[in-house]
Design a protein around this ligand. Structure first.
Ligand code: HEM
Length: 621
C-alpha cells in the first residue's frame, strides 16, 4: 500500500520574489497509486480525512503534515494534483512561493535516487520534524550567528559530505577551511565542533555548569547502554552515579588498586608467552580483571572466566552494533524497534534485544555475587559494591531503591568506560611497537639501565623511565581511542540545542604542536636532554569539565604498568610466512563508540633473559 506513495522528491532553495529572502522548498511528487489509494491509512488513522475525492485526499495530507510540523515557519501546501510543497522560510513571517518552484529550481537534489520509495513517506514525516527543530533552535539562539562551516543541503544537512567511518577526519579537514570552531548540521542535529584544546577548555570546562549534558543517541536505551551513566543526561541520577563512582576511583583511592594492577599486568605476560596470537583477548582479560577486582573484589580466572565472557559478550553485542549510522536510522525510523521479528529490517531490533539481555546479566550477576559473599562468606570483601551496600543500610527504603540502581549502573559503567578504552590503547601500543622496533629497543635500553635485568618494573620506577612515559603519551596521542567527545548544552546559551563535540583527533593532529603528527614519535615529548616536556595529551584525551573521565587515574595506572612490563619482557616483530618472509599488513581500524586497531598478524616473543617460569616465580613470591 504505502510502497509507491511518493514517486520522487526534490529539494531546492529559491528567493521570495517580493522580499528576496531565501526559502527552502521540498516538493513531493505523488504517483498514480497514491491518487487511487488512501494514504491516510498509512500516515495517521486519527486524522484520516474523507477519502471520497482526490482534492480532499491531497488536502487531508497537507493538513496532516502541517499538524506534524506544528510550526508557522514550516508549511506544506498543495501545489497541484501531483505535488505537495513543503517550505521552510528563513525569516520570521511565513510567506508562500510566488512562482512555480519547480521551474525556478536552483539546487535540485534527487533524494528519491538515494532512498527507496517505500521509505519516503516516513522520510517526509521526519523531514518536517527536522525543519521544525531547526526553526525552533534558530529562534532559541535569538538570531545570534553560528560559527562558520560547510553549506548544508536542505534536510540532510552536511551528512553526505562526511566520511561516516571517520567523521573526526572530515572535521579536521574542514578546520583548515573554516577555523577551529565550526558548525555542521546532521539531519535535524546542529553540531558545533571544537577542534582546538583551548576552545574545548573555554566552553566545556570554564562553562561546565551548562555544557555537561549528553546528546540523545537513539541506540543507547534499546541496546541496553542506558545502564552506563556515561550516556546519562546531566541531572540528579547522573550526579548520584558519578559520586558513587568517584569515591572508588578518585586519585587517592585508586592508588590502592596498584598491587592488583601490577600482579594482573605480570599475569598477561605469562599468558602472552603461552598464547602470543591471542593478545587481543589477553588485553580484554587484563582490563576486565582490573575493573572486576575494584568493583566486586572478584579476580577472574586467567583464561575463559565466565564473568569476563559475559562482559565481552555485552561489549561485542553493543559497541560494534551501536554505530552512528544505526543511531541515525533509529532516530529517523523508531518503528524499526517495534516491527515483528520475521519482517525484513528487524535485525536492529534483534541485535538490540540481545545486547540489552547481556546488559541485564552483566548488571545483576556480579552484584548478586557480592551480596552472597557478604551474607555467607567468612572472608571479608572490600570493593565498590560491598562498600556501598554497607553504607546503604543507614538510608530509608525509598532512597535505597534509587541508590541500588545507581550503584549497579555505576558498577557496569566501570567496564563500559574502562574496558574498550584501555584494551584499545594496548592494541595501538602493540601496533606501534611492531611498526617501530627501534622504539621498543630504546625503551629496553632505558629499562635495563635503570632496573637491571633481574627485576620487573614497579610503580616507583615511573619517574626514572622518561622514555617509557613518552611512549605512553605518544600511544594515547597517535590514535585517540575516543576521537569525538560529545557534550550537550543544558540551559540557555549561544549554542543551546546543539551538540558540542570536542574533536580529540584534531587536537592530536595539530601540526604546529606535533610535527608529522601521523608518525609514532615518542621523542616529541622529550627535551634534547631526554627529560619529559610539559605537553601531555592526558590534558585532552580524557575529555573535559564535569564529564571528564572519572576512571582516568586507574586507566593511566593500568596503561603504564602494562606497557612498562611488556617493554621489559617482550619483543614485537612482524610475523613470518612459511618461507620465512615478513608478513606485511596494512593496519585497519574499527570504530563503534571507541576506535581501535583490528587484530593484525605479529610475533610477540619473550626477551632472551625472560621465561614463563621466571615470571611465575615472581608472581608466586
Ligand atoms: C585509559 C584510557 C581511557 C580513556 C582515553 C578514557 C576516555 C574517556 C573520555 C574521553 C570520556 C568522556 C569525557 C567527556 O565527556 O568529556 C570518558 C568518560 C568516562 N570514562 Fe573514561 N577513559 C579511559 C579509561 C577509563 C577507565 C579505566 C574507566 C573506569 C574505571 C573509565 C570510566 C569512565 C566513565 C565512567 C566515564 C563517563 C563519565 C561521565 O559521563 O560522567 N574510563 N572516558
Amino acid at each position: 500500500m504505502s510502497a509507491s506513495l511518493v514517486s520522487s522528491s526534490t529539494a531546492f532553495i529559491n528567493h521570495d520574489v517580493s522580499t528576496g529572502d531565501p526559502v527552502e522548498y521540498h516538493t513531493m511528487e505523488v504517483d498514480a497509486q497514491m491518487r487511487s489509494s488512501s494514504p491516510y491509512e498509512i500516515l495517521d488513522r486519527r486524522t484520516r480525512p474523507d477519502p471520497s475525492n482526490k482534492q480532499a485526499k491531497s488536502k487531508g495530507m497537507v493538513d496532516w503534515l502541517n499538524s506534524v510540523a506544528d510550526d508557522a515557519m514550516v508549511q506544506a501546501t498543495i501545489y497541484d494534483k501531483r505535488r505537495i510543497v513543503i517550505s521552510l522560510l528563513h525569516h520570521e513571517t511565513p510567506r508562500w512561493p510566488a512562482k512555480d518552484p519547480a521551474t525556478t529550481s536552483m539546487m535540485p537534489i534527487s533524494i528519491a535516487s538515494a532512498i527507496s520509495p517505500a521509505l519516503l513517506v516516513p522520510f517526509y514525516v521526519v523531514a518536517l520534524n527536522i525543519l521544525r527543530c531547526l526553526v525552533r533552535s534558530r529562534r532559541e539562539r535569538g538570531g545570534l550567528p553560528l560559527p562558520p562551516g560547510p553549506t548544508p543541503v536542505p534536510l540532510l544537512g552536511n551528512i553526505l559530505s562526511l566520511d561516516t567511518a571517520a567523521p573526526w577526519q572530515t572535521y579536521a579537514e574542514w578546520q583548515t577551511k573554516y577555523g577551529d570552531v565550526l558548525y555542521v548540521r546532521l539531519l535535524d542535529q546542529e553540531v558545533v565542533i571544537l577542534n582546538s584544546q583551548s576552545d574545548a577548555v573555554e566552553l566545556l570546562e570554564k562553562r561546565s555548569k551548562i555544557y555537561s549534558d549528553r546528546p540523545f543517541i537513539a541506540t543507547i536505551e534499546p541496546y541496553g547502554l542506558g545502564c552506563s551513566f556515561g550516556f546519562a543526561r546531566y541531572g540528579d541520577y547522573w550526579r548520584l552515579c558519578r559520586r558513587i563512582f568517584h569515591q572508588t576511583f578518585r586519585a587517592d583511592a585508586a592508588v590502592t588498586f596498584r598491587p592488583m594492577q601490577l600482579r594482573t599486568a605480570r599475569q598477561i605476560i605469562v599468558n602472552m608467552i603461552d598464547q602470543p596470537n591471542q593478545y587481543t583477548s589477553h588485553y580484554s582479560t587484563f582490563t576486565a580483571s582490573v575493573a572486576m577486582s575494584a568493583v566486586y573484589d572478584y579476580e577472574p580466572g586467567h583464561r575463559d572466566d565466565p564473568m569476563v565472557h559475559m562482559v565481552n559478550n555485552f561489549l561485542q553485542a553493543s559497541m560494534s552494533a551501536a554505530t552512528s549510522e544505526k543511531a541515525v536510522l533509529l532516530k529517523m525510523f523508531p518503528f524499526l524497534l517495534r516491527i515483528p521479528d520475521w519482517l525484513p529490517g528487524s535485525s536492529i531490533k534483534c541485535e538490540a534485544r540481545s545486547s540489552s539481555e547481556w546488559a541485564l546479566k552483566m548488571m545483576e550477576t556480579p552484584y548478586q555475587y557480592v551480596q552472597k559473599r557478604m551474607e555467607f562468606s567468612q572472608d571479608p570483601t572490600f570493593s565498590m559494591v560491598s562498600d556501598h551496600i554497607t553504607r546503604m543500610q543507614k538510608y530509608d527504603q525509598s532512597y535505597c531503591s534509587d541508590y541500588t540502581t545507581a550503584l549497579k549502573h555505576a558498577s557496569v559503567t566501570a567496564f563500559i568506560g574502562g574496558a574498550e578504552t584501555t584494551s584499545s590503547l594496548l592494541m595501538t601500543f602493540t601496533l606501534a611497537m611492531v611498526e617501530n622496533p627501534h622504539v621498543w629497543k630504546r625503551a629496553q635500553a632505558e629499562i635495563d639501565a635503570v632496573l637491571g635485568m633481574d627485576r620487573f618494573p614497579e610503580y616507583e620506577d615511573r619517574p626514572s623511565l622518561p622514555y617509557v612515559e613518552a611512549i605512553l603519551r605518544e600511544t594515547t596521542r597517535w590514535q585517540p581511542v575516543t576521537p569525538l567527545v560529545p557534550h550537550a548544552v543544558s540551559s540557555s546559551d549561544i549554542y543551546k540545542g546543539a551538540t558540542v563535540v570536542a574533536n580529540i583527533w584534531a587536537m592530536s593532529r595539530d601540526e604546529a604542536r606535533y610535527p608529522n603528527a601521523d608518525q609514532f614519535t615518542p621523542e616529541r615529548f622529550l627535551s634534547l636532554e631526554g627529560t619529559l616536556i610539559d605537553d601531555d595529551p592526558a590534558e585532552y584525551i580524557f575529555g573535559f569539565g564535569r564529564r571528564i573521565c572519572p576512571g582516568r587515574h586507574t586507566g593511566d595506572a593500568s596503561l603504564w604498568i602494562s606497557i612498562a612490563t611488556m617493554l621489559a619482557t617482550l619483543e614485537f616483530t612482524l610475523s613470518k610466512d612459511a618461507e620465512g618472509k615478513d608478513v606485511v599488513f596494512k593496519p585497519t581500524y574499527a570504530s563503534g563508540l571507541t576506535r581501535h586497531p583490528v587484530t593484525f598478524p605479529c610475533r610477540i616473543s619473550p626477551r632472551s633473559h625472560v621465561s614463563k617460569e621466571s615470571l611465575q616465580r615472581v608472581l608466586a613470591g
